[in-house]
Write a protein that binds this ligand. Structure first.
Ligand code: AHM
Ligand code: MG
Length: 336
């Protein structure tokens, strides 16, 4: 018990508010709404097996992927928590075709923030009790406060993010986030319902030995990725590396940030832009990566510099220890 941290996420958010000049506390309220929603989703994820919320709802999302019941529930919970508290003026979700304009209450549209969210990433893992996550990304709107949000408020480069983070519903539940001053992780004490600071100033270790990729797709990968994988597997220096792939981006990322590794979801012959979405998955993970001393690219260019053109845009994704990502990039370049 002596090792228990007594700094709660709530206190941490308020303490850090002072880092921002002229802060009005709006971002703090927004992060608190995410904190609350994550606890509600956590409760649902934990009882998934007994609450008839496992399985599919019979509908598909905009990308034609089947929606799981918990996907839909988590989406509703986050949207409600964010819009009821009027801490955002707009929300875009991986589960919704279009962005939502937050209209309720006397302060309608007054917030300066928009949120982009993947409410339950890796949801195909729910049925088998494997960790899933929530990924979120926060921007200041570019349009005039007090007016309804517009598409351009959401289609911003990742470098513009005011904050980003994820929740991992794992063997313990954690929130990991950044407001651009490093990355901090908080673990939920389920008996108290409180998140405590457990992982201050998270950093990728300098060297990594884990590579995470769906190798079942090997035959469809670009030559540069195939060559890099052979390099990972070669017995030389500190190789072969270890393969670890959960198929749940948040969990794969979380492990790699702590232990050191690279996560790759490349383009394939059938999907030239890969699978992961730039706005809901790649940009928030890229900001966290860079804040934790890592590197995140599409194999050639920095993810955070990509100019988005549509809400559900996909992009190839290479993310992890700087050294490992640079090695992979070298193979990509040489195979051009
Ligand atoms: P989702 O948003 O539909 O859950 O898909 C994203 C997930 C990531 O969490 C994971 O890394 C990837 O898809 C796994 O894809 P695959 O099964 O093709 O390896
Ligand atoms: Mg997802």
């Amino acid at each position: 018990m002596a090792d228990q941290s007594f700094q709660t996420l709530g206190e941490f958010i308020i303490d850090k508010q002072e880092d921002f000049l002229y802060s009005t506390g709006e971002l703090s309220r927004l992060l608190s709404a995410i904190r609350l929603a994550s606890k509600v989703v956590n409760r649902q994820v934990n009882k998934a097996g007994i609450a008839n919320i496992i399985g599919k709802v019979g509908s598909s999302n905009i990308q034609g992927e089947e929606q799981q019941k918990l996907d839909v529930l988590a989406n509703d919970i986050f949207i409600e928590a964010l819009s009821q508290r009027e801490v955002v003026c707009g929300i875009a979700s991986e589960e919704n075709d279009d962005f939502i304009t937050v209209r309720t209450g006397p302060n309608a549209h007054l917030s300066k923030y928009v949120v982009l969210i993947d409410p339950l990433d890796g949801s195909s893992n729910i049925d088998v009790n494997v960790s899933v996550g929530t990924i979120f990304s926060i921007y200041r709107r570019v349009s005039e406060p007090g007016t309804p949000v517009i598409l351009e408020d959401f289609l911003q480069k990742g470098v513009n993010q005011a904050a980003a983070g994820y929740v991992v519903y794992g063997s313990s539940t954690m929130i990991v986030y950044t407001t651009g001053n490093g990355v901090n992780g908080f673990t939920l004490d389920p008996s108290l319902g409180t998140y405590y600071l457990s992982h201050p100033s998270m950093k990728f270790p300098e060297n990594g030995k884990i590579y995470s990729i769906n190798e079942g797709n090997y035959i469809k990968f670009p030559q540069g990725v195939k060559d890099y994988l052979k390099y990972c597997q070669k017995e030389e220096d500190d190789r072969p590396y270890t393969a670890r792939y959960i198929g749940s981006l948040v969990s794969d990322f979380h492990r790699n940030m702590i232990k050191g590794g690279i996560y790759i979801y490349p383009s394939t012959a059938q999907s030239p832009n890969g699978k992961l979405r730039l706005l809901y998955e790649c940009n928030p993970m890229a900001l966290l990566t860079e804040q934790a001393g890592g590197k995140c690219t599409d194999g050639f260019q920095r993810i955070l510099e990509i100019e988005p053109t549509e809400l559900h845009q996909r992009v190839p994704f290479f993310c992890g220890n700087t050294k490992m990502v640079e090695e992979a990039e070298e193979f990509m370049k040489n195979a051009q």
